[in-house]
Structure formats: structure tokens, C-alpha cells
Design a protein around this ligand. Structure first.
Ligand code: FSX
Ligand code: SF4
Ligand code: F3S
Length: 394
């Protein structure tokens, strides 16, 4: 929570001015910065550095390119449902070129890009939205007479950092879906070097904002994994912290949309939820700024793995996910099944870890999945009007 440094900033006029710009009071502004520092996984005390940077540092110039995509990244990030988030993003960056938000067009807007690049040479952040078509010399996406490959290469040459926003720019996303007729690829493949990726279709606005705020505060982008994803956002599986995880552990599944399990909020694994093989923080920070209940699983739809290469837009939506690991949730309490029969997956995992026998927990996964078959049979029996057995024994 707020530390002494943060409290002393409450008296700082620069904080007052920054808060006023964002139509917040000082306290709200400092709380928001503390939340950002927490999202970034920064140590205590860093919240004051974040607040000071947001309030006082020169906004980095951003050049934002659009290629093969639906513009959902821009829609979700810069037209966020909560006006404060959008304002803050536009307050911490200087958006000097953006094809879909610019009122100007044609030569005027081309000139704006070149001016911004020249004036901020070596200092601007290049944000790329959309995949890059590479087949037939990239002729399937041209802007101002240049192919996406040419534009990307030209703009990346003098950038201080390149951020691929959304799954399309990160790894090809939806345009790269088989048979990928345009040869759509991610930014790193075209540039031939790693870039920071913020996958998601669309990506979470907080993850973009936090990445930029990290750059603003420390002059460097946050630590990333082997796919260029910021570790603060993409190091955990959705399944690890999912609000329906207790139902998974207990073997309580929705078997079809609208059935009793679905209406009761049971686990969506059997409907094809890819949370067990998708790395993202949707289950922790939800989506956008609209509060609880606003991420896919909370809305009752299985996660389709939109952030994960090889899962989203690749695996059929309703095929069951591969269980990557059996990590218990870091946040949620463990539960026991109804009537206390059997152990929870979490307790099995702990026991297995203690005994050094991961196979034990794996067996429990199988057992719990088996329970759902029993539920399925009971439901079927109910449908047919026969008396279903009440037993939960397996
Ligand atoms: Fe759309 Fe962005 Fe998906 Fe892609 O987000 S929301 S198709 S990731 O590039 O505009
Ligand atoms: Fe949540 Fe999906 Fe995991 Fe079920 S399978 S606990 S709905 S992430
Ligand atoms: Fe995407 Fe799944 Fe999150 S579909 S938004 S990764 S819950």
C-alpha cells in the first residue's frame, strides 16, 4: 500500500497538476499509480517513482502503425470504456502518428509521421498493431504506396523500442490462421529481432499502459519472457487464478451452454476453455476498467486462448485444453468437494509436491474430470426422466 514517499507526494503541486489534467483528485491519482506499480510487480516504494514519472516526465513520442487487423487494439486501448484509462494513456504518451485516430489524411499525415520520426530520432516508441503480410513481396497491405514490410522496416530503424500490440502483431494472430493466404507474420519475424509483445485479441489496456509507464519511470521496457511478453502480465496461466478454479478442482463442469452447471457458474473446461494452456493475467486484473465480471470466463464463455500462439485462432474453440501444469491458485482458497468426498486438486498438488510424486496430482486431475462424466450421466438420466443416483462415489 501507499508508503511514506507516496504520502509526502500528496503535498506536491506537480501531483495536483497531473491529477487535475486527468480529472482526478490527488488521492485518486496516487491510488491509481500505486495500482499500476502493483500490476507491474514493483517493490514497495516504487509507487512514488511511478507517480512522479507520470506527473513530471516528458511524454515519449509514439508512432503507431496499423497493418492486418480489426483495429480492436486501438478500440480497446485508446477508447477504453472508462474515460480515465483512455485519458491516462493519452497523457503518458505523445501520440504523434496514428492512422485511425488522425483527423488528417493523405500527404499531410505522411508528413506528420516523417516529422515525428526526424524530431524524435532514436527516442520514439514504435507501436505496431496488426500482422504483416509477407507473401508476394507483401503486396496485400499497402499504405501511402508502401508495403507493410517497407513501412515497418523504415519506422523501426530509428525507434528506441518496438512494441507489438495485440496477437496479430505479436505472432500473426487471426490473419495468420490456417491456411494463412497472405503469409501473415508477427513483427519480430519481419524485423528479425525480438520485440516486446503484448498479445491479446484485443490486448488488455492495463498491460499496455503499465508497459509504457515502466518505460517512463525507468527508461527501459519491463522484463520479458522468451516470446517478448512482459513477465508481470504473462507469467501465469489463466487457469491458475481463475474465479471458477474451485469448480475445476471439485470436478464441477458446465457441459453445454445454458445447462445447470453453466447457470451456476461452474468450470468451462468441458466447453473448451483454454485457460489451462494460456498465459495472461485476465483472471487477475479482469479486462479493461469496467470492473468484475468483464473478462471472457466471467461472462460465461470459455477462454479461447487469444493471447497464446498455437492456441488462439488455431485450436478449435470447443476442443478441450491441454493441461499444462497443476499449479494451485496463488490467490484463491482451496475447497473440498460437496459432501467432503475426495481431495481437491490443490491439496493433491501440494501432497504430490511434498511427496515428490507429481503423478499423484495428475491422477487427481483425471479423477475430477471423471466426476464430471458422472454429472453428465446424471443430467442425461434426468433428461430421460429416470431417477438419477445421488451418489458422488467414484
Ligand atoms: Fe483486432 Fe488488433 Fe485482434 Fe489483431 O487487436 S482485436 S484482430 S489482436 O491487431 O485489432
Ligand atoms: Fe477457469 Fe477455464 Fe480453468 Fe475452468 S478451465 S478453472 S473456466 S480457466
Ligand atoms: Fe483472451 Fe482468454 Fe483472456 S480469450 S482475453 S486470453 S480470458
Amino acid at each position: 500500500m501507499a508508503n511514506q514517499n507516496l504520502i509526502s507526494l500528496e503535498q506536491d503541486d506537480r501531483i495536483e497538476a497531473a491529477a487535475a489534467r486527468l480529472s482526478m483528485d490527488r488521492r485518486e491519482f496516487l491510488q491509481f499509480c500505486a495500482a499500476l506499480a502493483t500490476t507491474l510487480g514493483l517493490p514497495q516504494g516504487a509507487d512514488a517513482a511511478v507517480a512522479e514519472a507520470v506527473a513530471t516526465k516528458k511524454r515519449p513520442s509514439v508512432i503507431w502503425l496499423h497493418f492486418q487487423e480489426c483495429t480492436g487494439c486501438t478500440e480497446s486501448i485508446l477508447r477504453a470504456e472508462h474515460p480515465t484509462l483512455e485519458k491516462l494513456i493519452l497523457d503518458v504518451i505523445s501520440l504523434d502518428y496514428h492512422e485511425t485516430l488522425f483527423a488528417a489524411a493523405g500527404h499531410q499525415v505522411e508528413a506528420a509521421r516523417k516529422t515525428a520520426m526526424a524530431e524524435n530520432k532514436g527516442k520514439y516508441i514504435l507501436v505496431v498493431e496488426g500482422a504483416i503480410p509477407t507473401r508476394d513481396n507483401g503486396i496485400y497491405c499497402k499504405i501511402g504506396g508502401k508495403t507493410a514490410i517497407e513501412l515497418l522496416t523504415e519506422c523501426a530503424a530509428d525507434a528506441a523500442a518496438v512494441i507489438a500490440i495485440g496477437s496479430c502483431a505479436s505472432w500473426g494472430g487471426m490473419p495468420s490462421t490456417d491456411p494463412n493466404p497472405t503469409g501473415a507474420k508477427g513483427v519480430d519475424k519481419v524485423l528479425g529481432k525480438p520485440v516486446v509483445t503484448i498479445p491479446g485479441c484485443p490486448p488488455n489496456p492495463y498491460n499496455f499502459l503499465s508497459t509504457v509507464v515502466h518505460f517512463l519511470t525507468f527508461g527501459a521496457l519491463p522484463a520479458v519472457d522468451h516470446l517478448g511478453r512482459p513477465k508481470f502480465a504473462y507469467s501465469r496461466l489463466i487457469h491458475e487464478n481463475c474465479e471458477r478454479r474451485a469448480h475445476f478442482d471439485a470436478g464441477r463442469f458446465a457441459m453445454e451452454f445454458g445447462d445447470e452447471g453453466h447457470r451456476k457458474g461452474h468450470c468451462l473446461y468441458k466447453l473448451g476453455c483454454k485457460g489451462p494452456e494460456t498465459y495472461a493475467n485476465c483472471s487477475v486484473i479482469m479486462f479493461g476498467d469496467a470492473g468484475a465480471g468483464t473478462w471472457p470466463v466471467a461472462c460465461g464463455h470459455p477462454c479461447i486462448g487469444c493471447t497464446e500462439q498455437g492456441v488462439g485462432f488455431t485450436k478449435p474453440i470447443h476442443t478441450v485444453a491441454k493441461l499444462k501444469n497443476i499449479e494451485p491458485s496463488a490467490f484463491l482458497p482451496r475447497i473440498v468437494e460437496e459432501k467432503g468426498v475426495g481431495a481437491s486438486l490443490g491439496s493433491a498438488a501440494v501432497l504430490a509436491a511434498v511427496a515428490g510424486a507429481a503423478a499423484g496430482a495428475g491422477a487427481m486431475v483425471a479423477k475430477n474430470l471423471g466426476l464430471s462424466h458422472k454429472a453428465e450421466e446424471m443430467e442425461q438420466a434426468k433428461k430421460e426422466g429416470s431417477k438419477a443416483t445421488e451418489s458422488t462415489e467414484v
